[in-house]
Design a protein around this ligand. Structure first.
Ligand code: 13P
Length: 250
């Protein structure tokens, strides 16, 4: 899944979306490809991706369904433009917009109600990792969301582990570091109910063509949430191919 963050313009998006749609069409059927675009571009994504193998989504949704909330975008509005996913709780929103774990949990509910698949992001800062509190931090972030969902709802989410220190830094978590946290998250999901154990777990944080395959080979890493590399069609497609290689192998 690509996360374009606040990048793009109508003219550049056209070439990128068309190239991704074309490249994705050549991948094995078991690989799922998507892009989360800035909300003003959802209509463009819909018009260029409809009928392709590529799904699209929003990068955030409001905690409210509608009303006097200037600047907010409701989950249902994204769904109106064919979005099937919405990222919630990205660390950039937690950090720069002071989103609390509780708010992220409410946004997850709004996304589910609108028929979207929420991609719930969790991750620790470098300080937290060095203090040995990674599991405590990501566990608490995930638990806040799971506490508000039934097992049936929880089975419909996606979780992304994105260590804050690996985002946009060029310094990915090692495959062992990522796998260890993914295994921990998997155990937390499994405790919620048998159907929740299979929730897809994405790794995000400096995923590039040259490290993607090694990451995706890990048992509990089901795919990636790709920032910078999703803005370059060849890099993004190379990462999708790495997912294809590991899907076929496993
Ligand atoms: P980068 O791939 O640019 O490190 O970003 C990761 C990310 O935050 C995806 O949501």
């Amino acid at each position: 899944m690509g996360n374009w963050k606040m990048h793009g313009c109508l003219a550049d998006n056209t070439g990128l979306l068309q190239a991704v749609a074309k490249g994705a069409g050549e991948l094995p059927a078991e690989v799922r490809v998507g892009v989360c675009v800035p909300s003003p571009y959802l209509a463009q994504a819909q018009s260029l991706l409809d009928g392709s193998r590529v799904v699209w989504g929003a990068q955030d949704v409001s905690a409210f369904t509608h009303g006097a909330y200037t600047g907010e975008v409701a989950a249902q509005m994204a769904a109106d433009f064919g979005a099937t996913f919405a990222i919630v709780g990205h660390s950039e929103r937690r950090a720069y917009h002071r989103e609390s774990a509780e708010l992220v949990a409410v946004k997850t509910q709004r996304a589910l109600e609108a028929g979207l698949t929420p991609i719930v992001c969790v991750g620790e800062t470098l300080e937290e990792r060095e203090a040995g509190s990674t599991q405590e931090v990501v566990g608490a972030q995930l638990d806040e969301v799971l506490a508000r969902l039934s097992a049936e709802e929880a089975a419909r989410i996606v979780v992304a582990y994105e260590p804050v220190w690996a985002i946009g830094t060029g310094r990915s978590a090692s495959s062992q570091q990522a796998q260890a946290v993914h295994a921990f998250l998997r155990s937390r999901l499994t405790a919620k109910g048998a159907g929740v154990a299979d929730v897809p777990l994405l790794y995000g944080g400096s995923v590039k063509p040259d490290n993607a395959e090694e990451l995706f080979r890990q048992q509990d890493i089901d795919g990636g949430l790709i920032g910078g590399a999703s803005l370059k069609d060849q890099d993004f497609l190379a990462i999708c191919k790495a997912a294809a290689a590991t899907a076929v192998a496993s």
